[in-house]
Design a protein around this ligand. Structure first.
Ligand SMILES: Nc1nc2c(ncn2[C@@H]2O[C@H](COP(=O)(O)OP(=O)(O)O)[C@@H](O)[C@H]2O)c(=O)[nH]1
Ligand SMILES: [Ca+2]
Length: 442
């Protein structure tokens, strides 16, 4: 049985580490057990008594630096791992996290300035990682949907500048350290992260690990199919196999480019992939009637506004949004009876509308988003100050879940931002995978 634990750590740098002595345990080798047993909590409790994780071990530490160049911001995750013995898996000890806005794609025409934002974040790692470990600490940047949407030339010159920043740093720069990440790798990272976190999350009688991530430009769905039927009915490019710890896992995973929350706003407004947007006014029944404003996204400027004369509110808005999602996404039958972990904008919008607490997160049903969407859209003047897009965003989330993926009204979503101070991001899984593939242990 292999174990991964998270002890409480002291920060070697300026930032605070997770101080919770938590168990972050996972038996990858027993993952098939998860597939055949319905109660995940039971799986966890039976296999990982908390006292199996020694606390506060500080020797044999190593680090991994992962940049998430997202469409709305760039984030650095500096992970600390401790390897207690060669036969055990490394244990995650803590994370230092910082982010800047806007994302790299906003610097499409000023690549050097974009790289400068990365350099400022990387300076934090210089403080955080002890100098004698710099050469053993890999630094990697993976760009997601924002850069996927830029022209090849602009994206490449941004990545080149970032690569130079890395080369000038004292860290280990692996081959291909700066790249646009394949959407399925993003989903794989998220699934791996969730597997790492699985033991920590409160059980809602979840059957297995499934994740939903709603970014700015793209959205991902990932789960480990339980039924042979799902594998048979799913198009080949929605299935990914990966090797980890001498086992092969088959994941259902897909990234839908252009279905992130912000890209969806443009699609709903009819402004996605429109060449000459300057001066054009895009209107929607999902926006306050009198609204007229400008919005900057991905280096473009859009003018948008409400239906001055026409209808506004939940019903007309839902019909508008439906055109963007209906029939556009693959609907695996199996997910209907499943619960999923949901991150990113699912989380942010649930917080914005008091559906969940910012610190605690929470469990929602799909219909909670729908009810909130109705409430906000039919009283837009009341919610106008929060964000003019609140109605549109909530309707999009509802329609994406129901009509897009085909979830039921009562499908449970576990909304989670952090597990004991570690960000629930694809980056943890991707870093873990990276360290394993580089053979980096103490
Ligand atoms: N929990 C968590 N959420 C994040 C993190 N980074 C970004 N997000 C969320 O991701 C969303 C933005 O997506 P982004 O990554 O910029 O766009 P993408 O390129 O389409 O994936 C927002 O809801 C952020 O709050 C992170 O490290 N942890
Ligand atoms: Ca993202």
């Amino acid at each position: 049985l292999t174990l991964l634990c998270l002890g409480n750590g002291e920060s070697p740098g300026k930032m605070a580490f997770s101080r919770f002595p938590i168990l972050l345990a996972l038996a990858f080798s027993s993952f098939s057990f998860v597939l055949s047993h319905l109660n995940r909590e039971m799986w966890f409790q039976d296999f990982f008594p908390p006292n199996m994780c020694p606390i506060n071990a500080k020797d044999n530490t190593f680090y991994g630096i992962m940049f998430d160049a997202g469409s709305t911001g760039t984030r650095i995750h500096i992970y600390t791992f401790v390897q207690k013995s060669p036969e055990n898996l490394p244990e995650l000890e803590g994370e230092i996290f910082e982010s800047v806005k806007p994302g790299l794609s906003a610097y499409a025409d000023q690549p050097e300035k974009g790289a400068e934002t990365v350099k400022r974040l990387l300076d934090m790692a210089i403080d955080a990682v002890p100098p004698h470990l710099w050469k053993k600490t890999p630094v990697v940047l993976k760009a997601t949907a924002g850069l996927r949407l830029l022209s090849e030339e602009k994206a490449q010159s941004l990545l080149l500048e970032v690569r130079e920043v890395f080369e000038e740093s004292p860290f280990l720069v692996p081959e291909d350290s700066v790249s646009i990440m394949d959407g399925s790798y993003e989903a794989l990272g998220a699934a791996l992260s969730m597997m790492l976190f699985a033991g920590q999350l409160s059980g809602q009688n979840q059957h297995t690990v499934g994740t939903l991530d709603l970014g700015g430009a793209s959205t991902q769905i990932t789960f480990l199919p339980q039924f042979e039927e799902t594998l048979k009915e799913t198009p080949g490019d929605f299935l990914t196999s990966f090797e980890m710890f001498n086992s092969t896992y088959k994941l259902y995973t897909h990234s839908y480019l252009g279905f992130g929350l912000k890209a969806a706003r443009l699609a709903i407004l009819g402004a996605l992939n429109v060449e000459a947007v300057d001066g054009q006014m895009f209107r929607s029944s999902c926006l306050p009637k009198q609204l007229e404003a400008e919005w900057h996204f991905g280096g473009m400027k859009y003018r948008y506004g409400g239906n001055k004369e026409g209808e506004t509110g939940f019903k007309p808005c839902y019909l508008e949004v439906l055109k963007v999602v209906e029939g556009k996404l693959h609907q695996p039958d199996e997910i209907r009876g499943r619960s999923f972990y949901a991150f990113s904008y699912y989380y942010d919008r649930a917080v914005d509308t008091n559906l969940i607490d910012y610190e605690q997160g929470g469990v929602l049903e799909v219909r909670d988003f729908e009810r909130k969407a109705e409430e906000v859209c039919d009283n837009m003047e009341k919610y106008n100050s929060a964000s003019p897009f609140l109605c549109m965003d909530l309707v999009y989330i509802t329609a994406l879940l129901k009509e897009g993926f085909g979830f039921r009204d009562n499908t449970l979503l576990q909304l989670t931002k952090k597990v004991n101070n570690v960000e629930t991001s694809w980056t943890l899984g991707a870093t873990f995978h990276l360290l394993q593939s580089l053979g980096i242990t103490y």
